[in-house]
Design a binder for this molecule. Structure first.
Ligand code: ADP
Ligand code: MG
Length: 335
């Protein structure tokens, strides 16, 4: 059995909503020319990731751009075909859902997009934007308006009636992201993946939108994955954090433990990159030099080793498996 943070598999009863086991999502890239040059034509965006998500739990998926966070989120929502492994949702294997189960899953699990315009059509009024999922779910026309207003109230848009006939370009970034949230929540899902939901917003309105997200999540008892490259945001939103690097989990544990005493050398680097106040850069550069390696040709053994200040021989030879250190999981040969 795969080792995960919170699985309680004994006795048949479980408080786990989602169980991810050795999940893989590999993309084919480059094509024939790259193959001729001997470049691998596969990006292992997610490469053997395992964790459980309990009912009502909020987990931050943290790591630099390109480490596979969005890909992992898309696997959790069955928006990509899995290359390997499995995701179970409430006992169902997502790769073998019947049509009826898939419809049920689609209403229970939702994505909150990073870019509002991925979620909404600029030519639709706010009313039409929010009516669309209701229509798709077969909700009677007479009931839709009431649900739309409720959803706008939920995300704390004042005077919701005044928004119904407006168009996306007439809204501010913060208002628009609230509409995106309202759209994801209007069918009262049980589980949401929020993919960098404030990264496109002006810094001055981020806190407001994040507070709405936290408030709604707690009020509805949502189970949530919050994706971000920003540890400060994850810390603000999530009790538990999973740190990813090049498609793999480096560390998984309580956010406060990770911030206070990071164990994995990569997590240490993330924690050390503290915010720099009063600059455009919200963070100092990572103290581990160069960017992440070419994802088509990751290092052998530990994928982090060529940036790791503590790398030794074994790290090139052997992929570190996640180990329990206290109540944390760490994938590093130092432990
Ligand atoms: N549709 C795709 N086709 C090919 N490669 C992709 C695709 N989507 C993402 N990738 C690659 O997969 C890796 C992980 O990407 P992504 O999951 O978007 O990371 P993150 O969200 O952490 O920035 C990156 O190397 C990215 O270039
Ligand atoms: Mg992403």
């Amino acid at each position: 059995m795969t080792m995960t943070m919170s699985g309680t598999m004994s006795g048949g009863k479980t408080d786990v909503l989602i169980s991810v086991s050795e999940a893989k999502l590999h993309y084919k890239v480059g094509g024939a020319l790259a193959a001729m040059r001997g470049k691998s034509t596969v990006v292992k965006a997610v490469d053997g990731v395992s964790f459980d998500i309990r009912h009502g739990e909020s987990i931050g998926l943290l790591g630099e751009s390109g480490c596979g966070k969005t890909s992992m989120g898309r696997l959790l929502l069955k928006l990509e075909p899995m290359t390997g492994g499995s995701v179970h949702f409430d006992g169902y294997d997502l790769s073998t859902l019947t049509k009826a189960q898939l419809r049920d899953f689609r209403s229970r699990a939702q994505l909150i997009f990073q870019n509002p315009f991925d979620a909404i059509n600029p030519r639709f009024s706010i009313r039409a934007t929010l009516a669309e999922p209701l229509e798709n779910a077969g909700i009677a026309k007479s009931e839709r308006e009431g649900l739309i207003i409720k959803a706008l109230e939920l995300v704390k848009l004042p005077h919701p009636l005044s928004f119904l006939d407006r168009y996306p370009h007439q809204l501010s970034g913060g208002q628009l992201q609230r509409v995106v949230m309202a759209r994801a929540l209007i069918l009262q899902p049980q589980f949401v993946v929020a993919d960098e939901p404030v990264s496109m917003l002006d810094v001055s309105v981020r806190a407001g939108v994040l507070n709405v997200f936290r408030d709604v999540r707690d009020r509805l008892g949502l189970t949530a994955i919050y994706i971000s490259h920003d540890l400060a945001l994850v810390r603000y939103v999530c009790e538990r954090t999973i740190v990813m690097y090049l498609g793999r989990v480096m560390e998984d544990g309580r956010t406060e433990d990770i911030v206070r005493e990071p164990l994995h050398p990569y997590t240490k680097a993330l924690v050390a990159a503290v915010p720099v106040p009063h600059t455009d850069q919200s963070h100092a550069p990572l103290p581990i030099g160069r960017g992440a390696p070419d994802p088509r040709n990751p290092p052998s053994g530990c994928v982090f080793r060529d940036r790791c200040p503590a790398a030794h021989e074994r790290c090139a030879a052997e992929v570190p498996q996640p180990k329990h250190v206290g109540d944390r999981l760490v994938a590093c040969h130092l432990y």
